[in-house]
Design a protein around this ligand. Structure first.
Ligand SMILES: *Cc1c(COP(=O)(O)O)cnc(C)c1O
Length: 426
């Protein structure tokens, strides 16, 4: 059977297949550049594993207190070398990205300190961590205040606003690399470096932390290469490579990591405890795969941007724009477009392809939300996934794909559903 027949058998119309092929052919240079970055980052990861003499003894886990967990300690050294930091904390006890960020913040801030975001509002879940929205146990309840400086209308940094926001209580600056589900542009690592240099020129001893979620391995350098004191992320996103079943990481200076470890565990215990159970091998192997998994996800995002841009829908980033994270937004302008897109992503999944996602009133959201995910790891968004709030301008956010081929099938299937609904015309 020809490849085209395989796609037809999967339920994709010939017109969609041909249109997709035309777009794919036009992206050869983009894909080659993505592959070159993946190759660079693959060497970075293998080099760090070799330097730390990773061996199969590191794949067995500990139980109970987890003292002397050689695998855990070696993995943390590997992460520190990949991110070029003094130290790292990489643990299954970190339950998700929000928890990693909370641990980094709460471990390094004390009552009376102030936290500053110079890039506008942080990711939704951070609002409750910080106490922007009143929340049980927030940093605010512990006497840590918060200030934020908006980006300028063109998306650039408000340097004068930042200079006047920094004061004697400013202890930590949080910089979110990815736009997440906001409309601002994602920051490049170079831009983050410029921002950190400016902040350190105003107040040299301030701690600069970067929320690195969705950004790892998209570029050849990470924010820790341009002055960040801490980079923080989730292992069910980029660096887990799709294999990590749970977890988060914090990489940074010795002092910052020590402070975070005492918060994750308890005062007096710190990083010496925390059994790795059976996850060490998945963490190592996931990190090993991460550069090429991220490349597949990036190709999927670039492909989606070009497919939908060509059909006249508004896409962020644009089809030919440079990428700094793996998220793609597409605006359909109608609830039906958002629903058809998400149903296509679901129908292309290896897991739960037979279920039909519907919008629902999710707690914490001000409108119904539809989510598509057919993942091996619950909630994993390095796996192909999409979600969209059912409210104007009716945009979906699409990310992940453990392989380029799956991401491509997802985009083609989404287009097939939009074609069947008469929303996309080919
Ligand atoms: C995903 C994400 C988070 C939170 O991670 P969870 O694992 O969902 O808790 C924080 N910041 C950004 C930018 C993210 O993309």
């Amino acid at each position: 059977m020809e490849l085209t027949d395989m796609y037809i058998q999967m339920g994709i119309d010939k017109k969609v297949i041909d249109f997709g092929r035309e777009i794919e052919d036009s992206l050869a240079d983009r894909f080659a550049a993505i592959d070159a970055t993946a190759e660079y980052n693959q060497m970075k990861v293998i080099g760090a594993m070799q330097k730390n003499r990773v061996s199969d003894v590191h794949f067995s886990g500990t139980t109970g207190y987890g003292y002397n967990d050689l695998g855990r300690e070696t993995l943390e050294k590997v992460y520190a070398d990949v991110f070029h930091t003094e130290d790292a904390l990489v643990r299954p006890q970190i339950v998700c990205g929000t928890h990693a960020l909370y641990t980094a913040l709460a471990g390094n801030l004390r009552p009376g300190d102030e936290l500053l975001s110079p890039v506008g509002k942080p990711y939704d879940t951070l609002e409750e961590v910080i106490g922007i929205r009143p929340s049980n146990g927030s940093l605010r309840e512990y006497g840590i205040t918060y200030r934020q400086v908006e980006l300028l209308p063109d998306g650039s940094f408000d340097y004068e606003g930042i200079r006047s926001a920094v004061n004697e209580r400013t202890k930590l600056v949080t910089i979110q690399r990815s736009k997440g589900y906001a409309t601002r542009p994602t920051l490049s690592v170079k831009q983050i470096g410029e921002l950190i240099a400016f902040i350190k020129s105003v107040k040299p001893d301030v701690i600069c932390m970067v929320d690195n979620c969705y950004g790892e391995f998209v570029e050849r350098i990470e924010p820790s290469d341009v002055g960040a004191d801490m980079v923080v992320g989730s292992l069910i996103k980029n660096p887990g490579g799709g294999l990590a079943p749970i977890g988060g990481y914090i990489a940074g200076t010795k002092k910052c990591i020590e402070n975070a470890a005492y918060r994750l565990g308890s005062p007096g215990l710190g990083r010496e405890v925390g059994a790795s159970l059976g996850v060490n091998q998945s963490f190592f192997q996931g990190l090993f795969l991460a550069p090429s998994v991220v490349a597949g996800a990036l190709k999927g995002a670039v492909f989606a941007a070009n497919v939908y841009e060509k059909l006249g829908f508004s896409v962020v980033p644009g089809g030919s724009e440079e990428r700094h994270d793996i998220i793609q937004a597409v605006t359909f302008g109608s609830p039906d477009g958002v629903i058809a897109f998400c149903q296509g992503i679901q129908a292309a999944a290896p897991v739960d392809s037979f279920v039909t996602p519907e919008p629902w009133d999710m707690p914490g959201y001000d409108s119904p939300v539809i989510m598509a995910a057919g993942a091996f790891v619950q909630g994993s968004s390095i796996e192909l996934s999409a979600d969209g709030p059912i409210k104007p301008p009716y945009s979906v956010f699409f990310q992940g794909g453990l392989t380029w081929y799956h991401a491509k099938l997802g985009v083609l299937m989404s287009l097939e559903k939009l074609r069947e609904a008469g929303i996309a015309k080919l």
